[in-house]
Design a protein around this ligand. Sequence first.
Ligand SMILES: Nc1ncnc2c1ncn2[C@@H]1O[C@H](COP(=O)(O)OP(=O)(O)OP(=O)(O)O)[C@@H](O)[C@H]1O
Length: 581
Amino acid sequence: MIRRLYRLWPQPQILARLWLLTAAQAVLQGLMLGLLVPILDAVVRSEPDLAAATPWLVAGAVCAVLYAVLSIIANPVGFKAAGALAAQLRRKLMRHVSTLPLGWFSAEHKARLARGVTADVGDAAHLAVTVAGPAITSTLLPATVVAVTLAVDWRMALLLCVIAVFAFLALKRAARVAEIAEIELERASAGVASRAVELGQAQPVLRAAGYADGTPRMREALVDHRETYRDGMRRARRPFFVYTAVIMAGFVAVLALVAQLVLSNSVGVAEAVALLVLAARFLEPLGNLVELIGALRAMANKIARIEELLATPALPVAADPVRKIDEADVEFADVTFTYPGGDAPALCEVSLRCGPGTTTALVGPSGSGKTTVTRLIARFFDIDAGQVRVGGVDVRDLDPDVLLDEVAIVFQDVYLFDDTIENNLRLARPDATWDELAEVARSARLDEVIERLPDGWNTRVGEAGAQLSGGERQRVAIARAMLKQARIVLVDEASSALDPENEAAITQAIANLGDDPNRTVIVIAHRPATLAAADRVVSLDDGRVVETGTPEELLRTGGSFARISSQYERARHWRIAGTAV
Ligand SMILES: Nc1ncnc2c1ncn2[C@@H]1O[C@H](COP(=O)(O)OP(=O)(O)OP(=O)(O)O)[C@@H](O)[C@H]1O
């Protein structure tokens, strides 16, 4: 465990210093106890010999002063260590996370990351300081006491070793039970946590269904948590009782041995008293060890979770990556890709080419692979076969920063920071001039939104952009992509119903994106107007390209694009009819 902790921290010196101080204190305590033997020997006799005891008393005083000095030094080190270690580990985690493929950031992984960076790192650092120290004392002090005892009486030293072996076996069993209980409790806690998130997110639906104060699933999760906790406590009782019994039996054996040694005149009174004190100081920290087991297990679990995050493989980067591309065309050559853990390919031998100055619309039924195409262009994942090329270069050979500079993604659910509109745009290019800001706002049809807002450019958009509608947020994202001057823009057009004004504005904004002759626009299109305005359409079905061509060509052939197009058209009419009613 000590080695694991030491390896986990990038600069573990502060931890090592703390542990060394703790270890030195434990050894010093054991040695001070050893001094009891000659002192008692000199004092507990018919004619006490103070002169003989004096050097040992002086040595004892020196040890006591040294112990006090070590405590004074250790206190601030321990105080500072937890905060410093947590900060160090957080930096290490964040650095590692920044090298992971974007595809890793699923909802589950994001939750795991949030928990790792906050709770796990903080707790692990705190426990490394508060639990590892006492654990060192509880093992090193008994070891020193055994060594000192050996100098007094080998039989007692042997007995202490036997007790230590039994205690170790009982402790191992208790630790195993504690570990199982901890894992079970962790599972039950995760169940409660996800039900609680569900309760928060689905409040409107739950209120409508009369479950505002908790669903049956939530109640089940709470009962499961309570039962698991009780069950863990019940199961832990026996091995903990066995451990305590071993320590108590050890104490009885010590008393019996001391009595036998005194009765057989093998040791004097002074040595007998010293042996009893040594044995007591041997058994006491051993007894404490069982109290620490739960905390040590908890620390081991937290460390395991942090190690798992750190073990996630980083995005492989070519030894000498390409740092510049001439044209921003996008090409798929026989691309086959299966999601990590997926059982069927999401894309199968897909080939397509999108040139600069063109807008390509991706269409197809749900699950046909449209989003996957856009993710692979931005190298969220690495493919199984074929090549994804940007500017003629395999994306795996491109410098990841260059690729991210060239690509802008406009997601369906755009994330905006709780800041002003201006700052949300400036994220794309902090040094943009006002003229440039105004220009992209006009092109993305954001200017009319800004005009309506109470503080114009300085209006804060609220948490995740909640002050704006979905369509308005997409307009901000399109403006951001324009300001970034990314030569490849991937748009997942909002599929949910938009009001006519937003719908027309977004269609226009996407068309304006495509006006730049150097820009390649690929849009997952959900609206007939966007489809009609595209230069080319790539129609996907079940991970394969089934049709490509201009919208007019594909409409004429009457294939799957024509079907989808008429479905979109019908849906639009229903919506308009619905709005009119
Ligand atoms: N993160 C993921 N992990 C595993 N499988 C995934 C993941 N994302 C998508 N898939 C699977 O890959 C296939 C293609 O999904 P994709 O999201 O690309 O389709 P789509 O055409 O964009 O669908 P939609 O229009 O519903 O968004 C589907 O079978 C889907 O279940």
